[in-house]
Design a protein around this ligand. Structure first.
Ligand SMILES: Cc1cc2nc3c(=O)[nH]c(=O)nc-3n(C[C@H](O)[C@H](O)[C@H](O)COP(=O)(O)OP(=O)(O)OC[C@H]3O[C@@H](n4cnc5c(N)ncnc54)[C@H](O)[C@@H]3O)c2cc1C
Length: 386
């Protein structure tokens, strides 16, 4: 057991930290309040090897580990929370599932632009009638000549308003074994986007509509029967979600820590009040405990994919810690923390969303309970005896 990073990891962390402080910290508040995806940051991160960290070098990535990607997202978020979205999109999101399972032809076709930070891929898994119960998804892919016709709708896809490529979970047939996934490009006839809606975190999403949308067989990512494979890769997305939640909570904590050391009330600094000191001690406990669980899941990842149990434990703890710490940091900062001028209120709003995105905290607790009792608990109503 060793709780220390190795020399290479320490140097990597230091390098990313300096890069983030020099290039990203200054405009952090401005970026947090901007509607558009930070394309300038995406180009900059791509040039500096911060996209495709875990993707193989022969595919244009960096050939690094999941832990390297976690270190990168932590350091970028500490300087600029909104820029950490770019690290997420370029390393943990649907790009990770794509890189894991795409054919070499699909990699050649799509990865260069994604890894250059010029295009985005969005994930369409959730549907109006299939959220936590994702296997209830209804979007169909029906064989038609050399391809498939898609019909259905998707909701809540992160970055959908600006993405060029969409990785969509579809149903090739009935039941769990009927689920697979396809790639659909923006502009494909029969594929339309609804008007943008805004998450509480500030980012926009559009409902996706598929009406007899034709995709050739070359656009199939995973055939029917691949749901478990897809969810396996999705655990990497959950590590990204956990890292970002924790790192954005830590960002708020750092802002509040500096504020409490400088702000005076009753003729003394806030940090001299024991009530404030205990808040920080509790915040630090949450951050440290969450970080250990996150590192365990990332460090134990074999072939870059973490275990379902360790991921679920890390996600619940990081989601809660990130949100609770950001919320307490806001409290320490009083009125200014609640104002737009401060990035801390943005951190509260963003960390709240990750308790829902990527599998809700409750669904993660269900996974943990199954591990505890070593049995599967169906969430479906019991079947009535005939
Ligand atoms: C910021 C954000 C980004 C997102 N990005 C994407 C994306 O990129 N792509 C995508 O496809 N989706 C995305 N989503 C959607 C997300 O995956 C879903 O919101 C999530 O899976 C929950 O589904 P739902 O909203 O339909 O809630 P529901 O499933 O209707 O759940 C409502 C409530 O009931 C609880 N609940 C449901 N079932 C159970 C159960 N069995 N046991 C205990 N509690 C239960 C849930 O935990 C939740 O609290 C995003 C969501 C957010 C908030």
């Amino acid at each position: 057991m060793n709780f220390e990073f190795n020399e290479e990891q320490k140097i990597y962390r230091e390098t990313v930290r300096k890069f983030a402080e020099r290039h990203l910290a200054e405009e952090a508040v401005k970026r947090a309040h901007s509607d558009s995806y930070p394309w300038g940051v995406a180009g900059l991160l791509a040039k500096n090897g911060l996209l495709g960290i875990t993707i193989a070098e022969e595919d244009g990535g960096q050939g690094g580990s999941l832990m390297d990607a976690v270190i990168a997202i932590e350091e970028i978020a500490l300087a600029c929370p909104r820029s950490a979205d770019v690290v997420h999109a370029g390393n943990f999101g649907p790009i990770r599932t794509f890189a894991e399972y795409a054919s070499s032809e699909q990699r050649k076709r799509f990865l260069p632009e994604l890894l250059a930070g010029r295009k985005l891929i969005a994930l369409g898994m959730s549907e109006p009638e299939a959220g936590s119960a994702v296997t209830d998804l209804r979007t169909t892919a029906t064989a038609d000549g050399d391809g498939f016709r898609l019909n259905g709708s998707k909701v809540f896809s992160t970055n959908s308003n600006e993405a060029e490529l969409f990785l969509l979970y579809v149903r090739f047939g009935p039941g769990l074994d009927g689920i697979g996934s396809v790639l659909v490009e923006r502009g494909t006839p029969g594929f339309t986007l609804g008007k943008p809606s805004r998450f509480m975190g500030g980012d926009l999403w559009c409902q996706l509509y598929l009406e007899d949308c034709y995709v050739p067989v070359e656009n199939v990512l995973l055939r029917a029967g691949s749901f478990k494979k897809q969810i396996g890769a999705f655990n990497a997305e959950r590590i990204g979600n956990s890292s970002r939640a924790l790192a954005v909570g830590r960002h708020a904590y750092e802002v509040a820590r500096k504020y409490a050391a400088a702000r005076k009330q009753f003729g003394r600094e806030l940090c001299e009040f024991q009530g404030i000191q205990w808040k920080f001690a509790d915040m630090a406990l949450k951050l440290e405990a969450a970080q250990l669980l996150l590192y365990r899941a990332a460090a134990n990842a074999t072939h870059g994919l973490p275990s379902t149990y360790e991921t679920a434990v890390a996600k619940v703890f990081c989601n809660r810690a990130g949100f609770e710490v950001a919320n307490e940091a806001l409290q320490v900062m009083g009125g200014i923390g609640f104002s737009e001028e401060s990035i801390v209120q943005y951190c509260v709003r963003r960390t709240r969303g990750w308790m829902i995105a990527g599998g809700t905290v409750e669904m993660m607790l269900n996974r943990i309970a199954e591990n505890i009792f070593d049995r599967r608990f169906s969430q479906r109503p019991p079947k009535l005896a005939s």
